[in-house]
Ligand binder design. Structure first.
Ligand code: FAD
Ligand code: DLZ
Ligand code: SF4
Length: 508
């Protein structure tokens, strides 16, 4: 009996469980560019182009591998407009009565497929190192689900950077050697960029005409769109940027959108690369003496630690996780996030490169745009939607825990033991943004004071009940309490002025 094998836009992996289950003789692979997926949030045009172009090329590769593929382009006249609609159309065409698919990375789509009016079997997505069952077993007896311990288990499981049962170098984590501020002059090579071919060219035309109004710049488009290209991009990173990745992991510099980061998350998340092969490539660079332990351990930790851990949390916590709002923050996302004017140089730089590249690195996401949203009391679901829309690597299983949990503390502390908040001093230490900003980072109050400086104390003051007993925040509250009362009043009034301007839609 013939079946439909669904392959979604972020499931472009040859070894996908649904494909392993399928039969080339009798089954039909269904792939579909659909309006519903492109617009349930208004994804960045570069992200849509990446997914459509990579989907088209993956379909060609499947056909060359003897699969029958029913592929719907967005503009096909009979395109049903949704994944379930396309499955039903293809079922009617082929007479198939069953769908096999690999679990989508979002509860929204899992729910749609579970309730589709056709028998649907959802298989585990085993492109990750930890299954849901393994993560649940790890989480079961723990009061606090801290990433570091999960990461050590993943090191033991994979044998990466292990010498028997001991971590290579004698310690699990080399972060104390990382996190150096931005150096005076650097010459990062940046990511490997690819010229669009004919398939990508067609997709760019389509995306321009259909999604040109979405936030962000489509051209120049340079992402890898095949596994071969993604592997080249990985090699390029390992050879050129991995050796300094650790040192400058948290640094931010004007005019340097990528520094020494890998820019492989879009490729990992749509399935062109696998997590283990990426880590093994980095480990090899350590073994051959081409990259130091602090860089390689730091890089591997991001992938087998953080990436696996946030996925575990997303599925463990359930469908309502993404809409949590533990701090009850309600303010609307300011227009500056959509490219509206701002006098804050750090926000302008981070949002500007997001518009250009559909990319910003971890510290820009966490300590600039995320930090500001948290301090300013923005509604976390608006913040989460923004991140899901604007980054090429954003899929809810990875985006929501990072935004709702790590960045906005809206899960009440499942992921973070304290909120990631800072005044302008941190941004000044790690970047060159403050030089030439309209605000003064050294100024704590008054018209020209850096908004992070006043909002930081406002945040601590308004959430005192929740955080003052947190041992990791005791020092912050002691410093605030030592300030004289008049000064505290001035700081809070200045922060209120900033918030009132945001509410009035004025430029901050
Ligand atoms: P590098 O800095 O070179 O790191 C290497 C790899 O490690 C990345 O490619 C990524 O696969 C993995 N990684 C690193 N940190 C994380 C993390 N916290 N969670 C999961 N994987 C991680 N990452 C996404 O893939 N999609 C998202 O939607 C996403 N949203 C984020 C939102 C916020 C507020 C924050 C603070 C972080 C978010 N991250 C997200 C994590 C991180 O910012 C990106 O993975 C990273 O910037 C991708 O760029 P890179 O490939 O150059 O990464
Ligand atoms: C993100 C995305 C976009 C923009 N378009 C499509 C599409 O047209 N067809 C498709 O199969 N997948 C697309 N995707 C990826 C899905 O939204 C993704 O599979 C779910 O969000 C689950 O991670
Ligand atoms: Fe950002 Fe404040 Fe520095 Fe300006 S002074 S760049 S607002 S941290």
């Amino acid at each position: 009996m013939s079946r439909l094998i669904l392959v979604l836009g972020d499931q472009l992996s040859e070894g996908l469980s649904a494909l392993r289950e399928g039969d080339r003789e009798t089954d039909t692979v269904v792939m579909a560019e659909v309006v519903e997926e492109a617009t349930y949030v208004k994804h960045h045009p570069k992200k849509i182009a990446l997914i459509f172009s990579a989907m088209r090329k993956f379909a060609v590769a499947l056909e060359a591998d003897d699969w029958t593929v029913a592929y719907a382009q967005l503009d096909d006249t009979d395109n049903a407009g949704s994944i379930v609609g396309e499955l039903l159309r293809r079922a009617e065409e082929t007479g198939a009565q069953e769908v096999i698919c690999t679990e989508p990375g979002e509860w929204r789509l899992i729910n749609k497929l579970t309730h589709a009016p056709i028998k649907t079997t959802i298989l585990q997505d085993d492109r990750f190192l930890a299954s849901h069952g393994e993560f649940e077993a790890w989480a079961e007896w723990r009061k606090a689900l801290r990433m570091e311990y999960f990461y050590r288990d993943m090191r033991r499981k994979t044998g990466l950077l292990m010498d028997g049962d001991k971590p290579i170098g004698g310690q699990w984590n080399f972060d104390h050697d990382n996190r150096k501020p931005a150096p005076g002059s650097v010459a990062p090579k940046g990511p490997l960029k690819f010229e669009p071919d004919n398939i990508t060219g067609d997709v760019l035309g389509l995306v321009e005409s259909r999604f040109g109004s979405h936030f962000g710049e489509l051209r120049p488009f340079w992402f890898a769109t095949t596994r071969e290209q993604a592997l080249e991009a990985l090699d390029h990173f390992i050879a050129n940027s991995l050796p300094t990745f650790g040192d400058y992991q948290d640094a931010m510099l004007r005019g340097e959108d990528f520094l020494f980061h890998a820019i492989i998350s879009p490729y990992l998340n749509i399935g062109l690369l696998g997590p283990l092969e990426v880590c093994q490539a980095a480990e090899k660079a350590y073994e051959s003496g081409d990259a130091p332990i602090n860089a390689v351990e730091g890089f591997i930790r991001q992938i087998i630690g953080w990436r696996e851990y946030v996925r575990g949390i997303y599925f463990l916590e359930g469908p309502e996780y993404a809409s949590r709002n533990a701090l009850k923050q309600k303010r609307d996302l300011p227009a500056m996030y959509w490219g509206g004017e701002t006098k804050m140089a750090c926000m302008e730089a981070s949002i500007g490169q997001t518009a250009r590249e559909a990319y910003a690195h971890h510290i820009q996401r966490l300590m600039v745009t995320g930090n500001f949203a948290l301090l300013a009391g923005i509604d976390p679901s608006q913040v989460s939607d923004w991140y899901l829309e604007v980054y090429a690597d954003a899929f809810e299983w990875v985006e929501a825990p990072n935004v709702v949990g790590m960045s906005q503390f809206a899960d009440g502390g499942v992921i973070a033991s304290k909120p990631y908040v800072s005044s302008g001093a941190y941004i000044n230490r790690m970047s060159d943004y403050c030089k030439g900003c309209a605000y003064k980072v050294s100024q704590k109050t008054g018209e020209g004071a850096c908004p992070f400086n006043t909002l930081y104390w406002h945040f601590l003051d308004r959430h005192r009940e929740r955080f003052s007993n947190n041992v990791r925040m005791g020092n912050m509250y002691r410093t605030w309490d030592r300030m004289d009362e008049d000064k505290r009043g001035t700081v809070l009034a200045d922060a209120d002025t900033v918030l009132a301007k945001l509410d009035a839609g004025e430029v901050v």
